[in-house]
Structure formats: C-alpha cells, structure tokens
Design a protein around this ligand. Structure first.
Ligand SMILES: *[C@@H]1O[C@H](CO)[C@@H](O)[C@H](O)[C@H]1NC(C)=O
Ligand SMILES: *[C@@H]1O[C@H](CO)[C@@H](O)[C@H](O)[C@H]1NC(C)=O
Ligand SMILES: *[C@@H]1O[C@H](CO)[C@@H](O)[C@H](O)[C@H]1NC(C)=O
Ligand SMILES: *[C@@H]1O[C@H](CO)[C@@H](O)[C@H](O)[C@H]1NC(C)=O
Ligand SMILES: *[C@@H]1O[C@H](CO)[C@@H](O)[C@H](O)[C@H]1NC(C)=O
Ligand SMILES: *[C@@H]1O[C@H](CO)[C@@H](O)[C@H](O)[C@H]1NC(C)=O
Length: 271
C-alpha cells in the first residue's frame, strides 16, 4: 500500500454515511501521435497516447487499458468496417508516477497499405480508442464500464507513388514530426462509490477542455518513443539487443513496454 492514508480516508467516508464530498477525480487522455496530418508511408508507424493524473485511479486497483484500432475511411467519410490493425495499451498503476505517462504502440503501415493499395486521394484512416477498466466486472460485480471513454482521430498516410500521383510533394510529414503539445482526447471522471471506493463510476466528460500541453513531448521523449516503437515491431531477438540504446534521457514510457503487443480482445467493439 503506497497511500494508506488515502485508503483509510476513503474507507472512513464509506462508513460515515452518504455525505460524500463530490471531489471528483480526473484522468486525462491525450493523443501524442498521429495527428490530423498526412504522413509518409513507413514500416514503423507509432501510436502514442499520454495519460495524465494516473494517481487519481491508482487506489481503485483497476486494470486500466486503452484499446486502439485503425479503420480505413473512404474519402475520409465512409467507415470501412474492417480493422487494419489493433492493440492494447496497458496503463500500469503499480508505480509512483504523478505526472504523465506515455503509452506507446506501433503498427507496420507499409504492410497494410501494400495489401490495400487503392488508397485514394481523399481516403483517410481513423485511430479509434476505448478506455476501460477490464477488471471492473470481476472486482465490482457491477457493469463492465466498457464506455468509460472513447474517441477517434483522423489521419492519413500516402505512399511515394501516391505522393507523385496526387502532387503531394512537400506536403507529407515523417513520423518523427511529433508536436511538442499533444491533442486533447478525453477527461474521464471517477465519481466516488460510497459502498466500495475501489469501484468508482467512471464517465467521459462532454464539452470540456483538457490541458494537453502539460505533457511535454521534448526531443528526449520523441527519441524514446521512436525507439520503443521500433523495438515493438522488431523480431524478439533484436528487440533484446536494442535495449542498450538508452543514451538519451529515456522517458517514463519505458515502464509500459512489456504488455503492449498483447492482442486486442475487444476489437469487436469497433464494429
Ligand atoms: C492532475 O495532476 C496535477 C499535478 O500533477 C494537478 O495539478 C491537477 O490538479 C490534477 N488534475 C486533476 C483534474 O485532477
Ligand atoms: C483535419 O485536417 C483537414 C485538412 O487540414 C481539415 O480540413 C479538417 O477539418 C481537420 N479535421 C479535424 C478533425 O481537425
Ligand atoms: C485489405 O483489404 C481487404 C479487403 O478490403 C481485407 O480483407 C484485408 O484484411 C485488408 N488487409 C489488411 C492487412 O488489413
Ligand atoms: C507492475 O506490473 C507489471 C505487470 O503486471 C509488472 O511487469 C511490473 O514489474 C510491476 N512493476 C512494479 C514496480 O511492481
Ligand atoms: C513491414 O511490412 C513489410 C511488408 O509486409 C515488410 O516487408 C517489412 O519487413 C515489415 N517491417 C517490419 C518492421 O515488420
Ligand atoms: C459501487 O460498488 C459496488 C461494488 O462494491 C458496485 O456493485 C456498484 O455498482 C458500484 N456503484 C456504482 C454506482 O458504480
């Protein structure tokens, strides 16, 4: 127990009747990469989110995850109904991080672009994400809370062939072009549960603004993100040897690396 005081206080509240003060706790989710831009075709395309204020959900002992997937949109408008790739970002709460944490995954864009060559001038891709406490049903007996937060972001990738064909020279960005300030995605509020402090109701707040610029994506963070993304896609043997590339100030994201490549159990959610 890292914060026995908090736990004791919450317990005391639970016992002392229903006058729970409504000091709601918030977790903020931000999207670091990709952005609403057109990127150059690449083998290692990072998917990066940042989570702020993890400390506010630490005591709930939940198993917090963000499921992500990528769906093609014809002309940027019509959902393709298939997923080109998907995965899970594990949010570890068994640590003492009080600031923000980067969650890093990667997808081989070359692979799915090649298998689906007909990317038109106005076609787009949607990065869809779902925030969930996967353990809630088991731990709390209540509803699964599958909808604690969700969202999507449009982006585009074009091949060199398309760059030529559509006259996009000079307009495509590379994947190391990661802005310093992420894009706000969601604020998830944890209300208190008087019966059991480990089972707060969680909901995504509508019409609010976050504070994404509190996450500092500096050059060291970018280096770390790109290196993690590469090793996630590398065959296991070479991934091991690449752990020695720790010369740059490797960011906090290092801690979340292990569980990232896990399969997406709930991809059906997207359909
Ligand atoms: C998030 O944490 C920061 C400190 O890291 C704090 O200043 C801020 O008030 C917290 N925000 C919420 C919504 O809890
Ligand atoms: C994405 O960028 C395009 C072109 O720059 C713009 O027309 C569109 O409104 C943007 N979409 C969002 C959701 O910001
Ligand atoms: C490419 O598109 C086809 C048909 O739309 C689909 O069946 C296939 O799964 C796609 N390939 C990848 C890698 O997603
Ligand atoms: C936190 O949990 C993960 C996954 O269960 C584990 O790999 C890691 O060692 C734990 N970290 C600490 C500091 O306990
Ligand atoms: C990505 O996919 C392409 C095409 O299938 C393949 O040639 C390449 O080796 C893959 N790269 C990685 C890093 O997996
Ligand atoms: C409060 O926690 C209990 C489990 O102890 C759970 O059954 C209930 O659904 C929770 N209440 C809310 C409003 O989520």
């Amino acid at each position: 127990m890292r914060h026995p005081f908090w736990a004791a206080a919450a317990l005391a509240l639970a016992v002392s009747a229903q006058q729970t003060p409504t000091t709601a706790q918030h977790v903020e989710i931000d999207i670091v990469f990709p952005r609403n831009e057109t990127y150059r075709d690449t083998d290692v395309f990072p998917i990066v989110m940042a989570v702020q204020n993890i400390s506010t959900i630490r005591e709930t002992k939940g198993d917090y995850q963000i499921f992500w997937d990528i769906m093609p949109y014809s002309d940027g408008l019509i959902p393709g109904g298939i997923l080109y790739d998907s995965g899970t970002l594990q949010i570890l709460t068994n640590n003492t991080i009080t600031g923000s944490t980067f969650l890093v995954a990667a997808t081989n864009a070359t692979k799915w672009l090649r298998e689906n060559r007909s990317t038109g001038r106005f076609d787009r891709f949607m990065l869809q994400w779902y925030f969930e406490d996967s353990d809630r049903e088991e731990r709390c007996g209540g509803p699964r809370n599958g909808n604690a937060g969700r969202g999507g972001l449009m982006f585009n990738i074009q091949t060199a062939y398309a760059e030529d064909l559509y006259g996009l020279e000079g307009m495509l960005l590379d994947v190391d072009d990661i802005p310093e300030c992420p894009q706000f995605a969601a604020l998830v509020e944890s209300g208190q549960n008087a019966t059991n402090p480990e089972c707060p109701t969680q909901k995504q707040l509508e019409g609010v603004q976050g504070n994404p610029c509190a996450v500092k994506v500096d050059q060291a963070a970018i280096t770390s993100i790109l290196s993690q993304a590469s090793s996630l896609l590398a065959p296991t043997s070479t991934a091991t040897s690449s752990t020695s590339t720790s010369s740059a100030g490797v960011g906090p994201a290092r801690t979340v690396q292990t569980a990232l490549a896990a399969a997406c159990v709930l991809c059906g959610l997207a359909l």
